[in-house]
Design a protein around this ligand. Sequence first.
Ligand SMILES: [Zn+2]
Ligand SMILES: [Zn+2]
Length: 205
Amino acid sequence: MDMILERLATGMFASNCYIIGANGEGVVIDPGADAGEISGAVDKLKLKIKYIILTHAHIDHIVSVDELRSILGAKVMLHENEARALANPFYNSSVLFGLKKVFKEADGVLKDGDILEAGGLKFEIIHTPGHTPGGICIKVGDYVFTGDTLFMMSVGRSDFGGGDQDQLMDSIKNKLMILKDDTKVFPGHGTSTTIGHERANNPFI
Ligand SMILES: [Zn+2]
Ligand SMILES: [Zn+2]
């Protein structure tokens, strides 16, 4: 797969923002980094960004979404069960940081099994509720972007508003652990891993 992949782990939350593309077109997953920095990286990669996809609507993954949407002219997409969180400081967790942030509405909502296309790449939406009700993972070829659902040697928290521990474990076991061992995992925080490594070593699974 001839794919561009860049990770930016900067900004006030240092969560992972990914730029993925091919053939001059791409997507941004989780704009947690500074909008100017993301758009600068996009320019260097010579990509036209079609979608900004949110794995979920927690503040550390969306802080630059409104600014980045206006710079890039891209469509903001998230799961239908997550849409209300954008404008709700409790569900987007910004209250925890004393920010009370309200974000604009998304341009479209996603469901399990939806596929977005950019630059000839297919971005398959996997609904993985538990960390939040509308959390998603995004599979591109043998790469999967897992947001705050699965981390290297850890799993997401389920004690925020709308979180559910049983649902989280169900999502991980039935939606992620069915993927092939060599599937590369790119989480919302920390370093990348593989499904096989987590299946064998993750103490929470
Ligand atoms: Zn989160
Ligand atoms: Zn997070």
